[in-house]
Ligand binder design. Structure first.
Ligand code: PHE
Length: 475
Protein backbone atom coordinates (compact mmCIF):
# COMPACT_ATOMS: atom_id res chain seq x y z
CA UNK A 1 0.00 0.00 0.00
CA UNK A 2 1.18 3.48 -0.78
CA UNK A 3 1.10 6.03 2.01
CA UNK A 4 -0.41 9.28 0.91
CA UNK A 5 0.34 12.85 1.84
CA UNK A 6 -1.88 15.89 1.70
CA UNK A 7 -1.46 16.17 -2.04
CA UNK A 8 -2.56 12.55 -2.28
CA UNK A 9 0.83 11.33 -3.47
CA UNK A 10 3.63 9.30 -1.93
CA UNK A 11 6.70 7.20 -2.60
CA UNK A 12 6.16 3.49 -2.25
CA UNK A 13 9.40 2.92 -0.33
CA UNK A 14 12.49 4.57 1.09
CA UNK A 15 14.59 3.30 -1.78
CA UNK A 16 12.10 4.67 -4.30
CA UNK A 17 12.53 8.11 -2.78
CA UNK A 18 16.33 7.83 -2.71
CA UNK A 19 16.44 6.71 -6.35
CA UNK A 20 14.15 9.52 -7.47
CA UNK A 21 16.13 12.10 -5.50
CA UNK A 22 19.40 10.82 -6.93
CA UNK A 23 17.77 10.92 -10.35
CA UNK A 24 16.91 14.57 -9.75
CA UNK A 25 20.40 15.44 -8.58
CA UNK A 26 22.29 13.53 -11.25
CA UNK A 27 21.82 15.31 -14.52
CA UNK A 28 23.40 17.57 -17.09
CA UNK A 29 25.08 19.21 -14.10
CA UNK A 30 27.15 16.09 -13.48
CA UNK A 31 27.93 14.84 -16.96
CA UNK A 32 28.10 18.10 -18.87
CA UNK A 33 28.59 21.07 -16.56
CA UNK A 34 30.96 19.52 -14.03
CA UNK A 35 33.51 18.18 -16.56
CA UNK A 36 33.26 21.49 -18.44
CA UNK A 37 34.02 23.54 -15.33
CA UNK A 38 36.69 21.16 -14.03
CA UNK A 39 38.37 21.32 -17.43
CA UNK A 40 38.18 25.09 -17.71
CA UNK A 41 39.43 25.63 -14.18
CA UNK A 42 42.46 23.38 -14.44
CA UNK A 43 41.20 20.24 -12.69
CA UNK A 44 42.63 19.24 -9.29
CA UNK A 45 42.24 22.25 -7.02
CA UNK A 46 38.78 23.03 -8.41
CA UNK A 47 37.67 19.44 -7.93
CA UNK A 48 38.87 19.25 -4.32
CA UNK A 49 37.29 22.59 -3.46
CA UNK A 50 34.06 21.40 -5.08
CA UNK A 51 34.00 18.28 -2.91
CA UNK A 52 34.52 20.43 0.19
CA UNK A 53 31.56 22.60 -0.84
CA UNK A 54 29.36 19.54 -1.21
CA UNK A 55 30.26 18.16 2.21
CA UNK A 56 30.19 21.38 4.21
CA UNK A 57 27.39 23.31 2.49
CA UNK A 58 25.52 20.99 0.15
CA UNK A 59 24.86 18.12 2.51
CA UNK A 60 23.45 20.28 5.34
CA UNK A 61 21.17 22.02 2.83
CA UNK A 62 19.99 18.72 1.35
CA UNK A 63 18.94 17.60 4.81
CA UNK A 64 17.23 20.96 5.47
CA UNK A 65 15.15 20.81 2.31
CA UNK A 66 14.12 17.19 2.83
CA UNK A 67 13.21 18.03 6.43
CA UNK A 68 10.92 20.87 5.34
CA UNK A 69 9.13 18.67 2.84
CA UNK A 70 8.83 15.76 5.24
CA UNK A 71 7.46 17.98 7.99
CA UNK A 72 5.18 19.95 5.68
CA UNK A 73 3.78 17.14 3.51
CA UNK A 74 2.68 19.42 0.70
CA UNK A 75 4.15 21.67 -2.01
CA UNK A 76 7.17 23.83 -1.15
CA UNK A 77 5.27 27.01 -0.23
CA UNK A 78 2.70 25.12 1.84
CA UNK A 79 5.40 23.04 3.53
CA UNK A 80 7.42 26.07 4.61
CA UNK A 81 4.25 27.70 5.92
CA UNK A 82 3.49 24.60 7.95
CA UNK A 83 6.97 24.44 9.48
CA UNK A 84 6.81 28.18 10.16
CA UNK A 85 3.45 27.84 11.88
CA UNK A 86 4.65 24.88 13.97
CA UNK A 87 7.69 26.95 14.95
CA UNK A 88 5.68 30.06 15.76
CA UNK A 89 7.33 32.29 13.14
CA UNK A 90 6.03 34.35 10.21
CA UNK A 91 4.54 32.48 7.25
CA UNK A 92 6.31 35.01 5.02
CA UNK A 93 9.32 32.71 5.06
CA UNK A 94 7.43 30.74 2.44
CA UNK A 95 8.70 33.28 -0.10
CA UNK A 96 11.75 31.09 -0.67
CA UNK A 97 9.45 28.28 -1.73
CA UNK A 98 7.99 30.59 -4.35
CA UNK A 99 11.45 31.76 -5.45
CA UNK A 100 12.41 28.10 -5.77
CA UNK A 101 9.35 27.22 -7.83
CA UNK A 102 10.03 30.11 -10.21
CA UNK A 103 13.71 29.15 -10.45
CA UNK A 104 12.82 25.53 -11.20
CA UNK A 105 10.42 26.69 -13.91
CA UNK A 106 13.08 28.92 -15.50
CA UNK A 107 15.83 26.30 -15.27
CA UNK A 108 13.51 23.78 -16.91
CA UNK A 109 13.10 26.08 -19.90
CA UNK A 110 16.78 26.03 -20.89
CA UNK A 111 17.49 22.58 -19.47
CA UNK A 112 15.10 21.14 -22.03
CA UNK A 113 16.87 23.02 -24.83
CA UNK A 114 20.29 21.65 -23.83
CA UNK A 115 18.81 18.17 -23.38
CA UNK A 116 17.47 18.66 -26.90
CA UNK A 117 21.05 18.97 -28.18
CA UNK A 118 21.80 15.68 -26.42
CA UNK A 119 18.79 14.13 -28.11
CA UNK A 120 20.08 15.34 -31.47
CA UNK A 121 23.46 13.71 -30.82
CA UNK A 122 21.72 10.49 -29.81
CA UNK A 123 20.21 10.64 -33.29
CA UNK A 124 23.49 11.47 -35.04
CA UNK A 125 25.44 8.76 -33.25
CA UNK A 126 22.56 6.30 -33.55
CA UNK A 127 22.43 6.77 -37.33
CA UNK A 128 26.19 6.37 -37.49
CA UNK A 129 25.99 3.15 -35.46
CA UNK A 130 23.29 1.78 -37.76
CA UNK A 131 25.53 2.51 -40.70
CA UNK A 132 28.47 0.81 -39.00
CA UNK A 133 26.36 -2.28 -38.38
CA UNK A 134 25.04 -2.17 -41.95
CA UNK A 135 28.55 -2.00 -43.35
CA UNK A 136 29.48 -5.14 -41.41
CA UNK A 137 31.88 -3.33 -39.09
CA UNK A 138 29.86 -2.61 -35.92
CA UNK A 139 32.99 -1.99 -33.85
CA UNK A 140 34.49 0.76 -35.94
CA UNK A 141 35.19 4.26 -34.64
CA UNK A 142 32.51 6.94 -34.67
CA UNK A 143 31.68 9.07 -37.73
CA UNK A 144 34.29 7.28 -39.86
CA UNK A 145 35.91 9.40 -42.54
CA UNK A 146 34.59 12.73 -41.27
CA UNK A 147 37.17 15.45 -40.69
CA UNK A 148 37.51 17.14 -37.31
CA UNK A 149 36.04 20.32 -38.80
CA UNK A 150 33.05 18.43 -40.17
CA UNK A 151 32.38 16.77 -36.80
CA UNK A 152 32.68 20.05 -34.92
CA UNK A 153 30.59 21.76 -37.56
CA UNK A 154 27.64 19.55 -36.72
CA UNK A 155 26.97 21.60 -33.63
CA UNK A 156 27.06 24.82 -35.62
CA UNK A 157 24.60 23.33 -38.12
CA UNK A 158 22.28 22.39 -35.28
CA UNK A 159 22.47 25.85 -33.74
CA UNK A 160 21.77 27.50 -37.07
CA UNK A 161 18.50 25.61 -37.46
CA UNK A 162 15.64 26.92 -35.32
CA UNK A 163 13.36 24.15 -36.56
CA UNK A 164 15.72 21.37 -35.58
CA UNK A 165 16.37 22.90 -32.15
CA UNK A 166 12.65 23.40 -31.67
CA UNK A 167 11.81 19.83 -32.64
CA UNK A 168 14.33 18.42 -30.14
CA UNK A 169 13.17 20.79 -27.38
CA UNK A 170 9.56 19.81 -28.10
CA UNK A 171 10.21 16.08 -27.87
CA UNK A 172 12.20 16.37 -24.65
CA UNK A 173 9.70 18.67 -22.94
CA UNK A 174 6.87 16.46 -24.12
CA UNK A 175 8.50 13.41 -22.54
CA UNK A 176 9.04 15.30 -19.28
CA UNK A 177 5.43 16.47 -19.23
CA UNK A 178 4.13 12.98 -19.94
CA UNK A 179 5.98 11.48 -16.97
CA UNK A 180 5.06 14.26 -14.53
CA UNK A 181 1.40 14.19 -15.55
CA UNK A 182 1.29 10.51 -14.57
CA UNK A 183 2.02 11.44 -10.96
CA UNK A 184 4.58 10.64 -8.31
CA UNK A 185 3.98 6.93 -8.03
CA UNK A 186 3.05 6.00 -11.59
CA UNK A 187 5.30 8.52 -13.35
CA UNK A 188 8.29 9.92 -11.48
CA UNK A 189 8.99 6.87 -9.33
CA UNK A 190 8.56 4.45 -12.20
CA UNK A 191 10.87 6.47 -14.44
CA UNK A 192 13.54 6.60 -11.73
CA UNK A 193 13.39 2.89 -10.93
CA UNK A 194 13.84 2.00 -14.61
CA UNK A 195 16.22 4.67 -15.73
CA UNK A 196 18.65 5.05 -12.83
CA UNK A 197 19.92 1.44 -12.88
CA UNK A 198 20.40 1.78 -16.65
CA UNK A 199 22.27 5.01 -16.06
CA UNK A 200 24.65 3.46 -13.53
CA UNK A 201 25.31 0.44 -15.72
CA UNK A 202 26.22 2.72 -18.64
CA UNK A 203 28.34 4.99 -16.49
CA UNK A 204 30.39 2.17 -15.00
CA UNK A 205 30.66 0.41 -18.35
CA UNK A 206 31.90 3.45 -20.27
CA UNK A 207 34.30 4.41 -17.48
CA UNK A 208 35.86 0.94 -17.60
CA UNK A 209 36.06 1.26 -21.38
CA UNK A 210 37.78 4.64 -21.00
CA UNK A 211 40.24 3.15 -18.51
CA UNK A 212 41.15 0.43 -21.00
CA UNK A 213 41.41 2.38 -24.25
CA UNK A 214 42.03 5.88 -22.86
CA UNK A 215 44.62 7.55 -20.73
CA UNK A 216 43.43 7.01 -17.16
CA UNK A 217 46.76 7.99 -15.58
CA UNK A 218 46.67 11.43 -17.16
CA UNK A 219 43.01 11.82 -16.30
CA UNK A 220 43.59 10.98 -12.63
CA UNK A 221 46.49 13.39 -12.48
CA UNK A 222 44.44 16.10 -14.17
CA UNK A 223 41.44 15.66 -11.88
CA UNK A 224 43.18 15.16 -8.56
CA UNK A 225 46.56 16.88 -8.59
CA UNK A 226 45.87 20.30 -7.12
CA UNK A 227 47.58 23.34 -8.52
CA UNK A 228 46.35 25.81 -5.90
CA UNK A 229 47.32 28.81 -8.00
CA UNK A 230 44.40 27.89 -10.30
CA UNK A 231 41.93 28.23 -7.43
CA UNK A 232 40.99 31.83 -8.09
CA UNK A 233 38.05 33.49 -6.32
CA UNK A 234 36.18 33.14 -9.61
CA UNK A 235 36.83 29.40 -9.63
CA UNK A 236 35.69 29.06 -6.02
CA UNK A 237 32.56 30.97 -6.84
CA UNK A 238 31.86 28.61 -9.76
CA UNK A 239 32.52 25.56 -7.59
CA UNK A 240 30.06 26.72 -4.94
CA UNK A 241 27.42 27.53 -7.52
CA UNK A 242 27.96 24.20 -9.25
CA UNK A 243 27.53 22.35 -5.94
CA UNK A 244 24.13 24.00 -5.45
CA UNK A 245 23.07 23.29 -9.02
CA UNK A 246 24.24 19.71 -9.02
CA UNK A 247 22.53 18.82 -5.75
CA UNK A 248 19.35 20.56 -7.02
CA UNK A 249 19.46 22.97 -4.10
CA UNK A 250 17.73 26.32 -3.81
CA UNK A 251 14.88 25.41 -6.16
CA UNK A 252 12.75 23.63 -3.55
CA UNK A 253 13.14 20.39 -5.49
CA UNK A 254 14.07 18.36 -2.47
CA UNK A 255 11.34 20.04 -0.40
CA UNK A 256 8.86 18.86 -3.00
CA UNK A 257 10.27 15.33 -3.26
CA UNK A 258 10.63 15.19 0.54
CA UNK A 259 6.95 15.97 0.95
CA UNK A 260 6.08 12.61 -0.56
CA UNK A 261 7.98 10.67 2.12
CA UNK A 262 5.97 8.52 4.49
CA UNK A 263 6.83 8.00 8.18
CA UNK A 264 10.04 6.68 9.58
CA UNK A 265 12.84 7.68 7.25
CA UNK A 266 16.27 8.34 8.64
CA UNK A 267 16.71 11.68 6.92
CA UNK A 268 20.39 12.11 7.82
CA UNK A 269 21.60 8.95 6.13
CA UNK A 270 19.17 9.48 3.24
CA UNK A 271 20.64 12.93 2.61
CA UNK A 272 24.17 11.58 2.80
CA UNK A 273 23.31 8.87 0.27
CA UNK A 274 22.04 11.50 -2.16
CA UNK A 275 25.06 13.78 -1.79
CA UNK A 276 27.56 10.92 -2.03
CA UNK A 277 25.86 9.48 -5.11
CA UNK A 278 25.66 12.83 -6.87
CA UNK A 279 29.30 13.65 -6.22
CA UNK A 280 30.53 10.18 -7.15
CA UNK A 281 28.70 10.46 -10.44
CA UNK A 282 30.29 13.83 -11.19
CA UNK A 283 33.75 12.44 -10.44
CA UNK A 284 33.08 9.27 -12.41
CA UNK A 285 31.85 11.37 -15.31
CA UNK A 286 35.22 13.14 -15.20
CA UNK A 287 36.96 9.76 -15.15
CA UNK A 288 34.81 8.67 -18.07
CA UNK A 289 35.40 11.73 -20.25
CA UNK A 290 38.97 12.90 -19.63
CA UNK A 291 40.84 9.63 -20.34
CA UNK A 292 39.24 9.64 -23.78
CA UNK A 293 39.83 13.34 -24.43
CA UNK A 294 43.44 13.22 -23.20
CA UNK A 295 44.28 10.01 -25.06
CA UNK A 296 43.54 11.76 -28.35
CA UNK A 297 45.53 14.81 -27.26
CA UNK A 298 42.51 17.12 -27.24
CA UNK A 299 42.04 20.14 -25.00
CA UNK A 300 40.27 19.38 -21.68
CA UNK A 301 39.50 23.10 -21.33
CA UNK A 302 37.28 23.22 -24.41
CA UNK A 303 34.34 24.58 -22.41
CA UNK A 304 30.63 23.85 -22.96
CA UNK A 305 31.32 22.24 -26.34
CA UNK A 306 33.64 19.64 -24.76
CA UNK A 307 30.97 16.97 -24.72
CA UNK A 308 29.39 17.85 -28.06
CA UNK A 309 32.38 18.64 -30.26
CA UNK A 310 35.50 17.26 -28.60
CA UNK A 311 34.17 13.87 -27.54
CA UNK A 312 32.54 12.75 -30.81
CA UNK A 313 35.85 13.43 -32.52
CA UNK A 314 37.71 11.50 -29.80
CA UNK A 315 35.34 8.57 -30.37
CA UNK A 316 36.43 8.49 -33.99
CA UNK A 317 39.79 6.97 -33.19
CA UNK A 318 38.55 4.72 -30.38
CA UNK A 319 37.78 1.04 -30.86
CA UNK A 320 34.00 0.55 -31.00
CA UNK A 321 33.74 4.33 -30.87
CA UNK A 322 30.50 4.33 -32.86
CA UNK A 323 28.81 2.09 -30.31
CA UNK A 324 30.27 3.69 -27.19
CA UNK A 325 29.67 7.20 -28.52
CA UNK A 326 26.02 6.37 -29.05
CA UNK A 327 25.70 4.87 -25.55
CA UNK A 328 27.45 7.91 -24.10
CA UNK A 329 24.77 10.28 -25.39
CA UNK A 330 22.01 7.89 -24.30
CA UNK A 331 23.52 8.06 -20.82
CA UNK A 332 23.41 11.85 -20.77
CA UNK A 333 19.83 11.84 -22.03
CA UNK A 334 18.76 9.45 -19.26
CA UNK A 335 20.44 11.63 -16.65
CA UNK A 336 18.72 14.72 -18.06
CA UNK A 337 15.21 13.34 -18.06
CA UNK A 338 15.21 12.21 -14.42
CA UNK A 339 16.29 15.76 -13.53
CA UNK A 340 13.88 17.61 -15.78
CA UNK A 341 10.93 15.74 -14.26
CA UNK A 342 11.98 17.00 -10.84
CA UNK A 343 12.23 20.54 -12.21
CA UNK A 344 8.70 20.34 -13.58
CA UNK A 345 7.37 18.66 -10.44
CA UNK A 346 8.21 21.70 -8.26
CA UNK A 347 5.88 24.21 -10.00
CA UNK A 348 3.39 21.44 -10.73
CA UNK A 349 3.09 20.62 -7.02
CA UNK A 350 2.78 24.35 -6.34
CA UNK A 351 -0.10 24.57 -8.80
CA UNK A 352 -1.83 21.62 -7.15
CA UNK A 353 -1.22 22.70 -3.55
CA UNK A 354 -1.59 26.48 -3.77
CA UNK A 355 -3.69 27.15 -6.86
CA UNK A 356 -6.00 24.17 -6.56
CA UNK A 357 -5.23 22.88 -10.06
CA UNK A 358 -5.52 19.24 -11.08
CA UNK A 359 -2.19 17.51 -11.75
CA UNK A 360 -2.66 17.33 -15.51
CA UNK A 361 -3.57 20.98 -15.88
CA UNK A 362 -0.82 22.13 -13.55
CA UNK A 363 1.87 20.12 -15.36
CA UNK A 364 0.60 21.33 -18.72
CA UNK A 365 0.49 24.97 -17.59
CA UNK A 366 4.05 25.03 -16.25
CA UNK A 367 5.54 22.62 -18.77
CA UNK A 368 3.94 24.61 -21.58
CA UNK A 369 5.16 27.90 -20.13
CA UNK A 370 8.71 26.61 -19.79
CA UNK A 371 8.50 25.31 -23.35
CA UNK A 372 7.71 28.83 -24.60
CA UNK A 373 10.57 30.42 -22.69
CA UNK A 374 12.81 27.65 -24.03
CA UNK A 375 11.85 28.71 -27.57
CA UNK A 376 13.21 32.18 -26.83
CA UNK A 377 16.41 30.53 -25.52
CA UNK A 378 16.95 28.51 -28.67
CA UNK A 379 16.17 31.40 -30.98
CA UNK A 380 18.97 33.20 -29.17
CA UNK A 381 21.39 31.00 -31.15
CA UNK A 382 20.14 32.13 -34.52
CA UNK A 383 17.43 34.69 -35.32
CA UNK A 384 17.69 36.49 -31.98
CA UNK A 385 21.42 36.13 -31.60
CA UNK A 386 21.92 39.76 -30.72
CA UNK A 387 19.22 39.94 -28.08
CA UNK A 388 20.66 40.58 -24.61
CA UNK A 389 17.69 40.26 -22.19
CA UNK A 390 19.54 41.79 -19.22
CA UNK A 391 21.86 43.91 -21.32
CA UNK A 392 21.49 46.89 -18.99
CA UNK A 393 23.18 44.88 -16.23
CA UNK A 394 26.96 44.88 -16.75
CA UNK A 395 27.21 41.28 -15.55
CA UNK A 396 24.90 40.12 -18.34
CA UNK A 397 25.77 42.76 -20.93
CA UNK A 398 27.29 40.25 -23.38
CA UNK A 399 25.07 37.29 -22.50
CA UNK A 400 22.66 35.61 -24.96
CA UNK A 401 19.16 34.52 -23.96
CA UNK A 402 19.91 30.97 -22.76
CA UNK A 403 23.00 31.97 -20.83
CA UNK A 404 21.09 34.84 -19.26
CA UNK A 405 18.38 32.53 -17.91
CA UNK A 406 21.10 30.11 -16.76
CA UNK A 407 23.21 32.87 -15.21
CA UNK A 408 20.34 34.67 -13.50
CA UNK A 409 18.95 31.50 -11.93
CA UNK A 410 22.38 30.14 -11.02
CA UNK A 411 23.97 33.34 -9.74
CA UNK A 412 20.95 35.01 -8.18
CA UNK A 413 18.03 32.72 -7.51
CA UNK A 414 19.72 29.49 -6.33
CA UNK A 415 22.05 31.20 -3.85
CA UNK A 416 19.15 33.32 -2.59
CA UNK A 417 16.97 30.24 -2.11
CA UNK A 418 19.82 28.43 -0.35
CA UNK A 419 20.56 31.45 1.86
CA UNK A 420 16.96 31.78 3.00
CA UNK A 421 16.71 28.03 3.57
CA UNK A 422 19.77 28.04 5.83
CA UNK A 423 18.60 31.09 7.78
CA UNK A 424 15.14 29.63 8.24
CA UNK A 425 16.36 26.21 9.37
CA UNK A 426 19.35 27.48 11.33
CA UNK A 427 17.62 30.28 13.20
CA UNK A 428 13.86 29.99 12.99
CA UNK A 429 12.62 26.41 12.77
CA UNK A 430 11.62 24.79 16.04
CA UNK A 431 14.52 22.74 17.38
CA UNK A 432 12.37 19.91 18.73
CA UNK A 433 10.46 19.57 15.49
CA UNK A 434 13.73 19.46 13.58
CA UNK A 435 15.23 16.83 15.87
CA UNK A 436 12.13 14.69 15.83
CA UNK A 437 11.66 14.79 12.09
CA UNK A 438 15.28 14.35 11.04
CA UNK A 439 16.14 11.77 13.69
CA UNK A 440 19.47 13.55 14.28
CA UNK A 441 20.75 13.66 17.87
CA UNK A 442 23.79 14.63 19.94
CA UNK A 443 26.99 15.59 18.17
CA UNK A 444 25.62 15.05 14.66
CA UNK A 445 22.78 17.43 15.34
CA UNK A 446 25.11 20.04 16.82
CA UNK A 447 27.46 19.80 13.84
CA UNK A 448 24.64 20.12 11.35
CA UNK A 449 23.19 23.08 13.25
CA UNK A 450 26.54 24.81 13.20
CA UNK A 451 27.00 24.28 9.47
CA UNK A 452 23.48 25.37 8.56
CA UNK A 453 23.27 28.33 10.94
CA UNK A 454 26.76 29.75 10.45
CA UNK A 455 28.83 28.35 7.62
CA UNK A 456 26.06 28.13 5.00
CA UNK A 457 24.71 31.68 5.33
CA UNK A 458 28.19 33.17 5.31
CA UNK A 459 29.52 31.11 2.42
CA UNK A 460 26.36 31.47 0.36
CA UNK A 461 26.34 35.22 0.90
CA UNK A 462 29.84 35.25 -0.48
CA UNK A 463 28.67 33.40 -3.60
CA UNK A 464 25.83 35.82 -4.05
CA UNK A 465 27.94 38.92 -3.64
CA UNK A 466 30.92 37.76 -5.66
CA UNK A 467 28.61 36.30 -8.31
CA UNK A 468 26.69 39.53 -8.71
CA UNK A 469 29.53 41.96 -8.36
CA UNK A 470 32.54 40.31 -10.01
CA UNK A 471 34.38 43.59 -9.48
CA UNK A 472 34.64 42.58 -5.82
CA UNK A 473 36.89 39.77 -7.04
CA UNK A 474 38.98 42.23 -8.94
CA UNK A 475 37.86 40.52 -12.14
N1 PHE B 1 20.80 18.76 -10.35
C1 PHE B 1 20.47 18.75 -11.74
C2 PHE B 1 21.71 18.48 -12.55
O1 PHE B 1 22.77 18.32 -12.02
C3 PHE B 1 19.85 20.03 -12.19
C4 PHE B 1 18.72 20.44 -11.35
C5 PHE B 1 18.77 21.62 -10.67
C6 PHE B 1 17.63 19.60 -11.20
C7 PHE B 1 17.76 21.98 -9.84
C8 PHE B 1 16.61 19.94 -10.37
C9 PHE B 1 16.68 21.13 -9.68
O2 PHE B 1 21.64 18.41 -13.74
Amino acid sequence: MVATTKTGEGWSSRSAFILAAIGAAVGLGNVWRFPTLAGENGGGAFVLFYVACVVLLGLPLVLSEIFIGRAGQTDAVGSIKKVAADSGVSSRWSVFGAIGAIAAFLILSFYSVVAGWVLYYVGVMGADLMQAIGSGDPFRGALAGESQEAIQGRMGDLFASPMLLLAMHFVFMGGTLYIVARGVHGGIEKAATWLMPAFFALLVGITIYGAIVGDMGDALAFLFTPDWSRLTPQAMNEALGQALFSLSLGVAGLITYGSYIREGHKLGSTSAAIAVADTSVALLAGLMIFPIVLAVGLDPAAGPTLVFQTLPFAFQSMPAGALIGFLFFVLILVAAITSSISLLEVPTAYGIGELGLRRHSSALLFGGGAFLIGIACLLGYNVWSDVRPLGFWPLFAETDILDTVDGFTGKVMLPLGALLTSLFIGWRADRKLVQQTTGLTGGMFALWRFLIAWLCPIAVTIILVTGLFPAVLGG
